[in-house]
Write a protein that binds this ligand. Structure first.
Ligand code: NAD
Ligand code: DAO
Ligand code: ZN
Length: 369
């Protein structure tokens, strides 16, 4: 079949809207009509050329929602008409990672997904007779895409696509990091470094978990008002703090935070986040993805004295199990997505979504098909 798609032909160039050839689903694969897709920081990172795993030409996009159109042989858990969210972190429930119950990092299709290919080692997309690579196993900047069955979460049919697509990455990454990875407890003191598309979801996750004090740290003063709406109790702009921000935050929390989250991808702030934790038990969770080749450091005594440094991918969520629950939380009014989706536009205007992200004027832009 043919499909409309925004294609990344090479690093650093704007996406171009093309009519792309798409092969139907093979065994254990599913053809999905994408109705809406968020445009995330990670798409921009790959498009910029800074992502060492970036391959071109490719169809980017990993934050979509849509409807199953056709299933390949052997697919048993989905049928045409089902509403789904594609998962860049699949859940096969059968690999050593899934069976361990210790991680959400399913290994079943990791190798081919990282190479921009379907699990059988081929691409379903072609443009002018040449292969176009898949991206993160999802390629949601295409109106139709083929996704492995294990990388699709079935969701309720009354959930609006242009809102719940954000659960395909940002919402789950932020809320999940609090609930599934850090396991924040009622009464905890939490510091969130970076109040963007991920950090604001950490803030609302902390509120959902019952945290008492939720401190947001950001150099953009415009983020304060929105973050307070999501549950932030204190705002700290590092540009307005004299000297080192760490003793300032330790004093504000009367000894350090129970939990800190780095939601920027800056290795210096990762260190500050760790060192703002309470001696003896404070845990710092790294969510931000730092540039290629960057390293973190701290004095080992920080760890000897009981602070814990950990990371979280896709919020520690097991996609097929947890994403439908997060959709329910949205539909029940437990989490707010509407106020984070600042721009909605047809896919033809997708490059404007990247411009808004560059300028820092959007939280999340969603493109529709
Ligand atoms: P964003 O650009 O929307 O937000 C970043 C925020 O950090 C902005 O509000 C900005 O003003 C603030 N900031 C920048 N520099 C700062 C500084 N020096 N001090 C304080 N604040 C500063 O980005 P996002 O979409 O929220 O993504 C955040 C990070 O999370 C990125 O690195 C992204 O790649 C990563 N990410 C990780 C996962 C995961 O599973 N671990 C998933 C998605 C995204
Ligand atoms: O299993 O080795 C692996 C890789 C899992 C990828 C997890 C993604 C982490 C965050 C990247 C940003 C996603 C938008
Ligand atoms: Zn698995």
């Amino acid at each position: 079949m043919e499909t409309k798609a925004a294609v990344a032909t090479k690093a650093g160039a704007p996406l171009t809207i093309e009519t792309v050839q798409l092969d139907g689903p093979r065994a254990f694969e599913v053809l999905v009509e994408i109705k809406a897709s968020g445009v995330c920081h990670t798409d921009m990172f790959t498009l910029s050329g800074d992502d060492p795993e970036g391959i071109f030409p490719a169809i980017l996009g990993h934050e979509g929602a849509g409807v199953v159109v056709e299933v390949g042989a052997g697919v048993t858990t989905l049928k045409p008409g089902d509403h789904v969210i594609p998962l860049y972190t699949p859940e096969c429930r059968n690999c050593v990672f899934c069976l361990s119950r210790k991680t959400n990092l399913c290994g079943a299709i990791r190798e081919t997904q990282g190479k921009g290919l379907m699990p059988d080692g081929t691409s379903r997309f072609k443009l002018n007779g040449k292969d176009v690579f898949h991206y993160m196993g999802t390629s949601t900047f295409s109106n139709y895409t083929v996704v492995p069955e294990i990388a699709l979460a079935k969701i309720r049919e009354d959930a609006p696509f242009e809102k719940v697509c954000y659960i395909g990455c940002g919402v789950t990454t932020g809320v999940g990091a609090v609930i599934y990875t850090a396991k924040v407890q009622p009464g905890d003191k939490v510091i969130v470094f970076g109040l963007g598309g991920i950090g604001l979801n950490v803030v609302q996750g902390a509120r959902l978990a019952g945290a008492d004090m939720i401190i947001g740290v950001d150099i953009n003063p415009a983020r304060e008002e929105l973050a307070r709406k999501f549950g932030m109790t204190h705002f700290v702009n590092p540009k307005e703090v004299e000297g080192d921000i760490v003793p300032y935050l330790v004093s504000l929390t009367k000894g350090g935070a129970d939990h800190t989250f780095e939601c920027i991808g800056n290795v210096n702030l990762m260190r500050q986040a760790l060192e703002s934790c309470h001696k003896g038990w404070g845990k710092s969770t790294v969510i931000g993805v730092a540039g290629a080749g960057q390293e973190i450091s701290t004095r080992p005594f920080q760890l000897v004295t009981g602070r814990v440094w950990q990371g979280s991918a896709f919020g520690g969520a097991r996609g097929r199990t947890d994403v439908p629950k997060i959709v329910d939380w949205y539909m029940e009014g437990k989490i707010n997505i509407d106020d984070l989706i600042t721009h909605v536009m047809p896919v033809e205007k997708i490059n404007e979504a990247f411009d808004l992200m560059h300028a820092g004027t959007s939280i999340r832009s969603v493109v529709t098909f």
